[in-house]
Design a protein around this ligand. Structure first.
Ligand SMILES: Cc1cc2nc3c(=O)[nH]c(=O)nc-3n(C[C@H](O)[C@H](O)[C@H](O)COP(=O)(O)OP(=O)(O)OC[C@H]3O[C@@H](n4cnc5c(N)ncnc54)[C@H](O)[C@@H]3O)c2cc1C
Ligand code: FES
Ligand code: FES
Length: 1368
């Protein structure tokens, strides 16, 4: 250490405040994140860990910092998972616990998200609350666009976002939640009873083009059946009073030394320095050239967390004044390198407003790019300099900085200052640049543009919000004054090479040219030369990325032409009206939504809650962070942590496993693998024992469990897994894709369903049409990763298990088997699950088994919580499917025969794949009649992780294929797809292809209702008109019906319940279902309250536990309320019957008095309930007989989309849904399920793409790479109605299951996109019959749109190279 550095006085004590409490820590670990500190040291578990990489927002907290210069306090949201606790010295941290609580009172943010039904599983809720709270602390009455901007970094997998917007929208200045009309009655609606929101007029439902909310209409509507809207009556919300918010700790204002203090924290592996002056910083960097500077830690944090990087020395330069300075010069603005991106936005925005338009075009380009840069939490801390210095080839800022000719000031202790221009020479390789290790980037000079210059920036990503770019670009053209002749051109691209690149040849060749068609043509050819891309380039999408370079330049060309036409009209051709759409900036229309449902009789008493839109029973707890999830359970004495050693090969023999290096690590207690367990106990599998707890002889997929390390700390355990050496010998090349499997006949099955005479059907057909379609898989992406705790109880092999599982009884059985005891020694408890969707069913067994074994062997509690990457890798997902079909049809498009072959990619083991395939085969008719049909199903056995149950269980794939077949038939025959659908659609009494007679069939009612509500026919004309008037944007419209069968296998159609009444009148209820966000417990409470005739508040559900209700069925298949609700009802009826004599004896008595009397008379106050569905039998594929479904759920949706034909981006403009949920038990929950399932389906069919390497390794393992829908991906207008007057006598209180069926309606989005692409193709003289696989990503849409730019791209020749990814 140089004396200069030693001399400086560095404090080793961290001081900060959390929720007003002062924390002083002299032994802080420099590596520790704020999230870990909050959760494990301060036991503030309201802040959640969803991903650990800044991509989900579940860990959002607010930081507050005093700015002595401006004497003001800045509040900003951050991701605690990426914030080092060392970096919050002198700051105040507010977590969800500090905002409000059930005891101290809820904050309006917490109240409103809950009352708007915006919390289902609740795992995202604290993060949502904090993002909104931070916004309000700065802007008590935000604008709508600010709300959208501040929530973009938060993901929710359950709600579909609408209710969150609905709740938070009430804080906005221009809240437009309602039907979109200015005087919408919803905005002022209340009748003072939160159960009964006021009825709504038809106009207000937003379904009519004209009209207004008026009393007359309202009365007419009430007479028709009292439909209600407005799930959130606005008038009785607690007003927001900013003065009541938690105050900034006065000490942090007074003790300025905290701000000026230099810090040094020495951890066991990492030293953290915080210098506060430039000389300090430079000397430190000189002394530690290998040190990482950390500002926002948004890049370094991810490298450490997920890329196994270790940086022993970290230097935080944030408190060095020069790195935060802003200077305004003659030529532009100089921004300190540590200035946050959010601050950059503010500064440049100010300049854009202050300066003449021409001067700030570079600034506008930066602002345009920052609009789509990450989420607010990241922008609040990520630095300008950090983005440049990371030198990522897909950096969003670097193309703009290169285009604008930004200059960098670099300083080092030894060599002083130098200036660098950001040009083609700045980046020297993948994540490398010309700045030396001992140098520090001090500031960036961003120049003004000249009057004769035009600049623009573009970004194309998979998801519009919070996503990294596929390709980004920035372009600037300078013209000889008064002419349209190019004086200078700078064009920079990201995503086209290992660095950001400049199209140097293109720019040089075009200098001096006129801005006309000839220039455009030359530019296209030159860009292709400048920007080659190897067919095997990392990131894939080679043809698409190359097309994007041309498309983005084309957009720039048109924008410049328009600008020139205004400046030098005689020299430039103005844009045609139909060209305008190519350059219009993306502007999302204001959000509007309605929810319509049938009210229960308003004279019903408060103990008759069935049918009312009650809020989720745990909603308020979830919003305050008080709801406890598995990993929130405090650590117990002696607890250990397990981490899994996973296979890195897809198909290889295991030659040896050497754990000695891992065992040497301090804190590591044990390692177990196949050597430590008998062959019999090592077996695992749902139907077949075709899996192992630990792979013993060979591995058959990447991510298979080889062993488990147990240590005193989760980070130690995880690090130690990397030290376990595994020797492999590769076996035959892995089977990865469905096509590979078909070639090798590697499958389970086939199974066949046949009806009628298919040969005759084809013979009698007027046309025979065939096709093929693929549908990709889907990751469950529940926000709460897998977590389980195993607590041995010290005698008789007893063990308590706390789990985030939706299948407790199977887990109990597995733990008993692996630990060598009978099931009666193991109790599995599940309080709540932060989302599951089928992913926490059978696949959790392989995650839990190794930790259970370790707990039993060590006789110590063991906890296992997967990180997001492990969870995605291990637990499989929805099956990718391939469908090959051949249809015989009449000239009117009516089926005479259909032969369908379905192939799914099952992965390396059977798991639930056969029954997922069976369901797909049984649902492939969707809503259409077939007299002659043959369906064959194959589950392909591949070397991928085993795929499993996922909401819909094969039905979504079946519906997608059924609808694509219909569309293809319609377009082949040049018929209207809507008519073809109607001609084939089932009606009452029809028999399905599995000989199920349809009774009370509501398909046509839903269909007709949604046509009327959506004004389908008028809008079809409007879409045609739009498409005629616009060359580069096209709209598409589709209407889709659905029919989804509800039931489990015969055996699983059973459930039990235990209801216990205590002498104080309180009731403890337990049933076999799991609360995983879907509102099951809320509905069950409603049922119990209604049957017992007591207020809902008297009843409590503690958890689901295998010692209360044994042998439970998984919570799945949309049937949990049906079976558990009936079991609860039976138990409650029994109790009510036992109380009857006491009620009769004392009719004026109270519930409590009757209960007490019964107790005194020694009457049992505990009852079990049981229910089974007798009508359902398993389908026998030999005899084609059986009744696999109890009843069907129907619905219909109309969706309209807009597609950008140049980039492939799309926007869902509007969706209308009519869903039959029978007589709703709780319309708020049912509508929440409809919306949530629909948006999950939108992700499936548009965004979510699981990319695998040719070697079978999952390439997308977190929210950074795998995109689920965000706030901006939902329809701009979203209208949901529950079908009126449709009681279902087959289920509890005439209701229907709702969890899965609405997901199928996302097919309407896919078909609307296909319709829009069809319009683009027709405009070029191409046919409407074309193949589009799902998901309809921007890449697939762009390629399907075709067009002259795409045709310029030479085919990508792979030669001997392998592609980066394959479609599995
Ligand atoms: C969820 C998420 C979303 C993201 N989205 C985007 C996106 O949309 N577009 C995009 O381009 N990027 C994105 N990123 C990447 C990242 O946020 C940016 O690169 C950010 O600007 C990095 O800044 P930082 O301050 O956090 O860097 P840090 O992680 O603190 O540092 C990054 C690197 O820069 C070096 N460094 C920092 N300051 C200096 C300096 N003054 N002198 C020398 N070296 C320095 C560090 O040593 C380190 O190597 C995203 C990241 C996350 C986690
Ligand atoms: S856990 Fe921090 S953003 Fe996901
Ligand atoms: S409620 Fe948002 S993730 Fe479950």
């Amino acid at each position: 250490m140089s004396p200069a550095v030693q001399d400086e006085r560095f404090s080793d004590t961290l001081v900060f405040f959390v929720n007003g409490r002062k924390i002083v820590d002299s032994s802080v670990d420099a590596e520790c994140t704020l999230l870990t500190y909050l959760r494990t040291k301060l036991l503030l578990t309201g802040t959640k860990l969803g991903c650990g990489e800044g991509g989900c927002g579940a860990c959002t907290v607010m930081l507050s910092r005093y700015d002595p210069e401006q004497d003001s306090i800045k509040h900003y949201s951050v991701n605690a998972c990426l914030t080092l606790v060392a970096s919050v010295h002198g700051l105040a941290v507010t977590t969800v616990e500090g905002v409000g609580s059930l005891r101290e009172g809820l904050h309006p943010v917490q109240e409103r998200i809950t009352r708007a039904h915006g919390s289902q599983c609740g795992f995202c809720t604290p993060g949502m609350v904090m993002a909104m709270y931070a916004l309000l602390r700065n802007t008590p009455r935000p604008e709508w666009h600010e709300l959208e901007q501040h929530l973009a970094g938060n993901l929710c997998r359950c709600t579909g976002y609408r209710p969150i917007l609905d709740g938070f929208g009430t804080f906005c200045n221009d809240s437009n939640i309602g039907c979109g009309r200015e005087k919408c009655c919803r905005l002022s609606a209340t009748n003072g009873d939160s159960y009964f929101p006021p009825p709504i007029t038809k106009d207000c439902n937003g379904f009519m083009q004209n009209g207004s909310c008026n009393k007359e209409e309202q009365e007419r509507n009430e007479a028709l059946g009292a439909e209600a809207n407005a799930l959130l009556p606005k008038a009785d919300l607690t007003p927001y009073d900013p003065t009541q918010d938690i105050i900034f700790p006065p000490e942090l204002k007074l003790k300025s030394h905290l701000h000026n203090q230099s810090l040094k924290f020495q951890g066991p592996r990492v030293t953290y320095w915080r210098p506060t002056s430039l000389p300090h910083l430079l000397r430190l960097k000189c002394h530690h050239p290998e040190a990482k500077l950390v500002v926002g830690n948004t890049e370094v944090g991810v490298e450490v967390g997920f890329k196994n990087q270790t940086y022993p020395v970290l230097i935080n330069p944030c408190w060095v004044p020069e790195l935060n300075a802003i200077k305004y010069t003659e030529s532009g603005v100089v921004l300190g390198a540590a200035v946050s991106l959010a601050r950059v936005q503010e500064i440049l925005q100010e300049q854009v407003l202050l300066q003449p338009d021409w001067k700030t075009r570079n600034f506008s380009a930066v602002l345009e790019i920052l609009r789509w840069f990450a989420g607010q939490q990241i922008r609040n801390v990520a630095s300008f300099g950090g983005n440049i210095m990371t030198s990522s080839p897909i950096s969003d800022l670097n193309p703009v900085l290169m285009m604008s000719g930004a200059t960098l000031t670099i300083l080092s202790h030894e060599h002083g200052e130098r200036r660098l221009t950001m040009d083609q020479n700045f980046f020297t390789g993948y994540r490398k640049n010309t700045v030396k290790p001992s140098e520090v980037l001090i500031s960036v000079h961003l120049p003004y543009t000249q009057e004769n210059e035009y600049a623009q920036a573009y970004k194309q990503s998979r998801r519009r919000d919070d996503d990294i770019a596929i390709v980004n670009s920035a372009m600037r053209a300078r013209f000889v004054p008064g002419t349209s002749q190019v004086e200078d051109l700078r064009v920079a691209f990201g995503g086209m090479a290992v660095t950001t690149v400049m199209a140097v040849k293109t720019a040089k060749a075009l200098r001096g040219c006129e801005w006309d068609e000839a220039l455009l043509e030359r530019a296209m050819a030159l860009l292709l030369e400048d920007l080659p891309l190897d067919a095997s380039a990392p990131g894939g999408m080679v043809e698409y990325r190359r097309t994007l370079t041309l498309s983005l330049f084309f957009k720039f060309y048109l924008s410049v032409r328009k600008w020139l036409a205004a400046r030098v009209p005689a020299l430039a051709v103005p844009l045609r009206a139909d060209e305008e759409s190519a350059i219009a900036p993306y502007q999302r229309p204001p959000f509007a939504s309605t929810q319509v449902f049938q009210q229960v009789d308003s004279s019903a008493k408060s103990h008759q809650p069935v049918g009312r839109p009650l809020v989720h029973a745990s909603g308020y707890k979830q919003a305050t962070g008080e709801a406890v999830y598995v990993d929130d359970i405090p650590r117990v004495e002696q607890e250990l942590f397990a981490a899994l050693v996973l296979s890195s090969r897809a198909h290889a023999k295991i030659l040896g496993i050497d754990e000695t290096p891992a065992l040497r690590e301090e804190g590591v207690e044990a390692f177990y693998c196949a050597r430590d367990i008998s062959r019999e106990k090592n077996q695992l599998g749902t139907f077949e024992p075709d899996e192992e707890v630990f792979a013993s002889e060979k591995v058959t997929c990447v991510g298979q469990v080889l062993g488990v390390v147990v240590a005193t700390d989760p980070a130690i355990a995880r690090r130690a897994t990397r030290l376990v050496r595994v020797d492999y010998q590769d076996l035959e090349p892995p089977v990865v894709t469905i096509e590979d499997a078909i070639k090798q006949e590697s499958w389970w099955g086939p199974w066949k369903i046949a009806k009628g005479d298919i040969d005759h059907g084809f013979e009698s057909a007027a046309r025979i049409i065939e096709g093929e379609m693929r549908m990709g898989g889907q990751e469950h992406f529940y926000l709460e990763p897998n977590a389980h705790i195993f607590v041995p109880k010290g005698e008789d092999g007893e063990m308590d298990v706390f789990s985030s599982s939706q299948i407790p009884s199977a887990l109990q059985k597995m733990v008993a088997r692996v630990t060598g005891v009978s099931s009666n020694r193991v109790v599995v408890r599940v309080k709540r699950v932060g989302g599951a969707f089928g992913g926490k069913e059978s696949r959790i067994l392989g995650v839990a088994a190794p930790a259970a074994l370790a707990a039993a062997r060590l006789s110590r509690p063991v906890r296992i919580t997967l990180d997001r990457h492990e969870d995605m890798l291990i637990t499989g997902g929805r099956h990718p499917f391939l469908c090959r079909w051949r249809a015989g049809v009449t000239t009117k498009g009516v089926f005479t025969a259909l032969d369908v072959k379905l192939y799914s990619n099952g992965g390396y083991s059977q798991d639930l794949s056969p029954i997922v395939m069976h369901k797909a085969m049984m649902c492939v008719d969707n809503a259409y009649r077939h007299s002659n049909i043959r369906v064959t199903g194959y589950v392909c056995k591949t070397n991928l992780p085993s795929n499993t149950a996922f909401r819909g269980f094969g039905a979504p794939q079946a519906a997608m294929f059924a609808e694509d077949i219909i569309t293809t038939i319609a377009h082949t025959l040049k018929l209207d797809p809507c008519q073809v659908r109607e001609r084939n659609m089932y009606q009452e009494g029809d028999s399905t292809h599995i000989s199920h007679t349809l009774e009370r069939c509501t398909i046509r009612r839903c269909w007709e209702d949604v046509i009327a509500k959506s004004d389908l026919h008028i809008r079809q004309h409007l879409v045609q008109k739009f498409n005629k008037e616009n060359a580069y944007k096209k709209r598409g419209l589709a209407i889709i019906p659905t029919k989804c069968g509800i039931a489990f296998d015969r055996v699983l159609n059973q459930a039990g319940a235990l209801v216990q009444v205590y002498t104080d009148g309180s009731v403890l209820l337990t049933h076999g279902g799991i609360e995983m966000g879907q509102g099951l417990h809320t509905k069950i409470l409603q049922i119990a309250a209604q049957v017992l005739k007591i207020p809902i508040e008297n009843i409590h559900i503690m958890d689901t536990a295998t010692d209360k209700v044994p042998n439970t069925s998984p919570t799945a298949a949309s049937i949990s309320t049906d079976i558990n609700g009936m079991a609860v009802m039976n138990a409650c009826k029994e109790l009510r019957a036992r109380l009857k004599p006491f009620i009769k004896r004392n009719p004026a008595g109270t519930w409590k008095s009757w209960v007490k009397e019964a107790y005194m008379e020694r009457v049992s106050l505990s009852a079990t309930g049981f229910h089974r569905i007798d009508e359902v039998t398993d389908f026998d594929f030999e005899t084609m007989s059986g009744q696999p479904f109890h009843y069907y759920c129907n619905g219909a949706a109309v969706t309209e989309v807009e597609v950008d034909c140049l980039t492939g981006g799309h926007t869902i403009l509007r969706t209308d849904i009519v869903m039959d949920v029978g007589q709703s038990l709780n319309p708020a929950i049912d509508i929440g399920q409809v919306e949530g399932a629909f948006i999950q389906g939108v992700g499936l069919v548009t965004l979510e793409e699981l990319r695998y390497s040719p070697e079978g390794s999952l390439l997308v393992r977190g929210p950074g790479a795998y995109k689920i829908p965000g706030f901006q991906d939902i329809p701009c207008e979203f209208h949901v109605s529950l079908l009126k007057n449709a009681p279902n006598p087959l289920a509890i209180f005439s209701s229907k299951g709702v969890g899965e069926p609405p997901l199928l309606l996302a097919t309407s989005v896919f078909q609307a996109i296909k319709d829009a692409v069809g319009a683009a193709r027709v405009a070029q003289g191409l046919g409407r019959v074309f193949r589009l696989d799902s998901p309809a990503t921007a890449e697939r849409i762009r390629v399907a749109c075709q067009g002259p730019l795409l045709r310029k791209i030479p085919p990508a020749e792979l030669g001997s190279k392998k592609p980066w990814s394959v479609t599995v």
